[in-house]
Structures are given as structure tokens and as C-alpha cells.
Design a protein around this ligand. Sequence first.
Ligand code: ADP
Ligand code: MG
Length: 483
Amino acid sequence: MPRGFAWKVFLAFVALLLPLAFFSEKTVRETGGSFDGLALALLLSLALAALSSYLLTASLARRIKNLSSNLGQLHERLWKEPPPDRHFDDEIERADGRAKSLAERIMETMNMLRDEKEKIRAIIDQMDDGVALMDSRMEILLHNEAFTKMFDAKPGADWTGLPMREVVRNPHLLDVMDKYAATGAVIRREIPASGGSHMAVTVTTFRQDLPQKRTLLVLHDITQQKKIEQMRADFVANASHELKTPLTAISGFVETMADGSVDDPETAKQFLAIIQKHVERLARLVDDLLTLSDIELGREKLDFAELNPEMVIKGVEQFFQNGAASAGITISRNIGPDFIALRADRDKLTQILINLVDNAIKYTPRGGRVEISCKRLDVTGENSGGFGYPSLDGNAILPETEDGWTKSFTEFCVSDTGEGIPQQSLPRLMERFYRVDNARSRERGGTGLGLAIVKHILIAHGGSIRIESELGRGTSIRFIIPG
Ligand SMILES: Nc1ncnc2c1ncn2[C@@H]1O[C@H](COP(=O)(O)OP(=O)(O)O)[C@@H](O)[C@H]1O
Ligand SMILES: [Mg+2]
């Protein structure tokens, strides 16, 4: 209550009580109990009371009017429109009405803001990018889970209120923040992060119109992108190198023959044979490169058909019969009993088997054996533990539900009794141009693309592959095709 108002109430009481006190009981008795004195006193005090209550009411009315006009102005300031005044009997009702409508609008706005805040929270928590908002002292006002995860913090870590410098230790990022603090200009930069990963950093001012400067930091994981760029660059370098070797050889021999220094027909024949070998090699490389890019880019549509795997295997066996015999290797086949049909692209399945058997023969010494086998593989939720086939493209091969499902595959296996593959090479075998021994592979006509092609055909079929090998004992390459 304002001081002035308290003072007026006090005055009103004094005005009421003073005449009464003055003409107290004693005074009445002294004046001989005259009633007139008392009546006069009462009248006087009533007049004074009326006057003071008038003053009080007038001041109250002014204040209430002020209050309601202030409420009205506040309403206009907040929502840029006049308050929704209905008809009011008096100022108190108007002030009350305005206060109520103000309270309602404030509640509505608070709910809306809370809703918005939750929406923003939900959106930034769903993002894979790390987001953090900081105040002018670089203290974190808000961040999402992805942000802390990028700095290897425990799940659910809350860094709100902490200085950025204390929690983020990446020197490159701190450097970016310093540059930003010095210039205030938007910064976009790629920086290395922990565990060999890479991040794209964007630092900007959040809402320039706010009086307090706020900084928005967005981190985007570009590790995968960098890897792909690197792979592409490696591929171009490798492919150029592979193409260059036979081309250099061919041009060398052609030059020698062209300048007339080879007059002996026997030598010329030898040279031509070498040139032909290199030309064949070039043709193989170009063929493999085209096959690979066609499958990878999905340019070549798969022609799915019901087929009998035994017939496909027999065809491959026949294809290699002569070559295997001259390399002193026996090929056999082993087809599981309960065989029905399989849906696959016949040419592509044949190509997988040709690439695998070609390797098996190439990397198996004389006297060795190569076996092509095929059987049904029924995987259920209960026995999926020993499945062991990886996903080649990130898509799940088996259902992700718990139990109660069965998925059927046809499993092929090409095994040999050859030289085997070192364990450390196994994870890299499907990479383009990866060979355990470059010179040996080339000498045997390899392009280093065979298993990469196999992998991509299997991806197109929704299948998978696994390789087991023991140095000096042999290799078994198994692959599955669904259905
Ligand atoms: N059955 C196998 N036995 C031993 N090594 C193998 C076998 N299959 C593949 N490799 C190794 O994997 C490498 C990649 O195979 P591939 O992609 O077919 O290329 P290449 O053209 O060299 O045959 C080969 O160079 C070889 O080192
Ligand atoms: Mg090969």
C-alpha cells in the first residue's frame, strides 16, 4: 500500500475519533448530560469522515484508472493491439477485466513459448550435427546430445552453464573460436577431430538484433565424406597407374620396332606377343572398370530369374576345366541335397563364381584342389548367433525383430587348398586394386578388381560374403543370396 494512502486512512480515523474523544463520556457528564454536545460531536465526526472518505475514494478512483490504463498500455505494448475491452460498469471492473485478459494472454504465450522450446529441443536432439549456443563470455547456454558426443563425453552429459574452453579440448576448434572472437565474422572450416574423424565447423552470431551477443556453433561430422573423397582420389590414382603400366610397355616395344632396330623376325614375333599380352591386360582392366562402375552406379539392371544353382556351377566348372587341368588343379562340386531353385541374375551369379574360382586356381599351387559347393541356409531368430555374414552396405540382412522368424538363403562356397591369405589382409580384400602381392597378381593376369566386383554384385542381390583363410593351407570364400 502506498505511503500516501496509509496516511490518508490514518487521517480518516483520526477525523472520526478525535471529536468523539473530545466529547467523551466525562465531558457529557460535566455539561450535565446534554445530548446536544454529543449530537454535535457525532455530526462533526460524520462530516469529517465523509470528507476524508470522499478524498480517499477520489484518490482510489484515480489510482484504479491509472492501473487500468497502465494495464491497457502494457497489453498494447506486448501484443500491438488494444485490450479487448467489453462494457464495464466501473473502473474497478475495467481494471479487473484487463488484468484478467492480460493474465490469460500471458499464460497462453508462456504455454506457446514452452511448446516452442520443447519443439526446438526435440529437433536439435534429433540432429546428427552438434549444436551449441553460447553467450558473450563463451559459456554454453544450450547444446544437444550430438555436441557432447563429438567430444567423447558420457551419454546424457549436460554442459549448460560451463565455459566452452573447459569442456572442449580440441585445439583446432578453440583456434576457430578465438578467430571468431577477434573478428566476429562467420567462420566455416574443416578441422581434424578425435579418432581420425573430421568435422566441418560453422561459427556465427545468433540473432544479431539481441543486445547480448550470442554465438552459434554447428559441428558436422564429415569423416565419411572425407573417406569417400580419399577413396575416389586413390581409385583414380590406382586406375591411372594400372593403365599406365601396360601402355608404357606397349609404347616402348612399338617404338623399338618402329625405328627398325629389330630385323630378326623371331625377336619381332616375341615383341608382338608381349605387346598382345599387354593389350589383353589393358582390355581386361577396362572391362573390369566398366563392369564395376555399371554395377556400382546401378546402370545395369539385374535380370532376376528362377535358376538351378547346380546348372550355374556346372557351367563354371566347364569354363575352367582346361585351365585348371593345365595348372594341375582338380575342380569338384558339391551340391546340398534339398535343393530347390534360386532367384538371381544368372550372368551376375556366374560372374561371381568365375571371379572366385579364377582366384582359387590362380593362388593354388599344382596338385591342389578347388571345390565349388552350394547349400540351403535357413536362419531363424533362435539360431542366428553363428550367422557371421556382415552387412556390405549398412542395410540389415536379417530381420531386426527378436525371435520367431526364418530367413532362407542359398550359400555358395569356393574353397581351395592354396597358399592362403594373411589375416591382416582379409578386411581389405574387397577394396578396389587391393592385392596381397601386387607383382604376383599382375603376373597372373589379375586386375585387383575381381573381389570388388563380387562385392558389388552381392550388394545388388542383398547378399553378403565372408572369407576364411589360413596361410599355406587354403582359402574358403562363402557368399549368400537371399531366397
Ligand atoms: N583364393 C585365394 N587365395 C589366395 N589369395 C587370394 C584368393 N582370392 C583372392 N586372393 C587375394 O586377394 C587379392 C584380390 O583378389 P581380386 O580382387 O580377385 O584381384 P586379382 O585380380 O589380384 O585376382 C588377390 O590379389 C590375392 O592376393
Ligand atoms: Mg581375381
